[in-house]
Write a protein that binds this ligand. Structure first.
Ligand SMILES: NC(=O)c1ccc[n+]([C@@H]2O[C@H](COP(=O)([O-])OP(=O)(O)OC[C@H]3O[C@@H](n4cnc5c(N)ncnc54)[C@H](O)[C@@H]3O)[C@@H](O)[C@H]2O)c1
Length: 273
């Protein structure tokens, strides 16, 4: 990885900041993106990377992500690791969620990943070097749970995009590999996603939305350190591993889910034990 280039979206906080820090420690040059310029500058200052560029970018905006790619390839010469990591959470029951809710969640969590793939992958293929795309999905992209509404929908779709991308690249004989990062609880600011919600997609909050907020606030306290997630991602890049389940206990849940589906039943919630 040393001397190669990594791009990280959602780099101003949490898992993105930890990824940037870890990839810099591996000797990589960085292009960091986020909607939060203050947090982005803090991350850039902390990484100790040899070369680090930042770009305020809304990943739900196609033109903004294309501009990010132009700068990364233009100013850093190449891109070897692309981390489509930016994401937001909002919960509540499926039937109370509005078009604004779904637009926000799908815009960042799904379109953010798709825009990253569109803007970077053709040029990474053309570059003809080894490389890796890491899409931050979630266990919520493998297990649909109550109160997850647009988050689960966006993350299932982001998982599908990752798997199809990996299959397409393999079929094309590409040197690029893909990892679908599916963390369980990680101690970050994801429970405070409303802080970066665009004004035009903001609506009044509902009771079930606050209930979901309470649940995720509790979950955050029990989360693992984002640095552990970043270490697992670097290992996955070296091992060319497609799926990273940061919490091994979910592996059992996946088997239970498949058995339940094959029996035609509604899968139980995964056991977190
Ligand atoms: N923390 C967890 O428990 C957990 C679990 C599973 C998956 N994830 C996923 O991890 C990823 C990173 O989240 P985190 O937990 O570090 O949360 P976080 O809130 O600490 O960091 C997310 C970052 O994304 C940025 N962001 C939000 N909207 C953006 C946009 N439109 N364009 C660009 N950047 C934007 C935020 O400003 C923030 O810096 C997300 O995709 C999230 O869904 C988190």
């Amino acid at each position: 990885m040393s001397g190669k280039v990594a791009v990280v979206t959602g780099a101003a906080s949490g898992i993105g900041r930890a990824l940037a820090t870890r990839l810099a420690a591996e000797g990589m040059d960085l292009m960091l993106a986020d909607v939060d310029p203050g947090g982005l500058a803090e991350t850039a200052a902390q990484t100790g990377a040899r070369r680090v560029l930042t770009q305020t970018t809304d990943v739900s905006d196609e033109a903004a992500v294309r501009h990010l790619a132009d700068r990364a390839f233009g100013e850093l010469g190449a891109v070897h690791v692309l981390c489509n990591n930016a994401g937001v959470f909002q919960g509540g029951h499926m039937w109370t969620r509005t078009t604004e809710d779904f637009s926000w969640l799908l815009g960042v969590n799904l379109w953010g990943v798709l825009h990253g793939i569109q803007a970077f992958v053709p040029r990474m293929i053309e570059q003809d070097t080894e490389g890796h795309i890491v899409n931050t999905v979630s266990v919520a992209g493998l297990f649909a749970a109550p109160y997850m509404a647009g988050y689960a929908v966006s993350k299932f779709a982001a998982f599908a995009a990752s798997q199809t991308l990996a299959q397409d690249l393999a079929m094309a004989g590409s040197k690029l590999r893909v990892t679908a990062l599916c963390p369980g609880a990680v101690r970050t600011q994801i429970n405070r996603s409303e802080r970066v919600r665009p004004a035009d997609l903001t609506i009044g909050r509902t009771r079930d939305d606050y209930d979901a907020q309470g649940i995720i606030d509790d979950v955050m306290v029990k989360g693992i350190d984002p640095a552990d997630v970043a270490a697992q991602v670097v290992a996955a890049i070296h091992e060319e591993r497609f799926l990273v389940l940061t919490h091994p206990e979910y592996a059992k849940g996946l088997r239970v889910q498949v058995d339940a589906l094959l029996d035609g039943g509604l899968p139980p919630l995964p056991s977190y034990e």
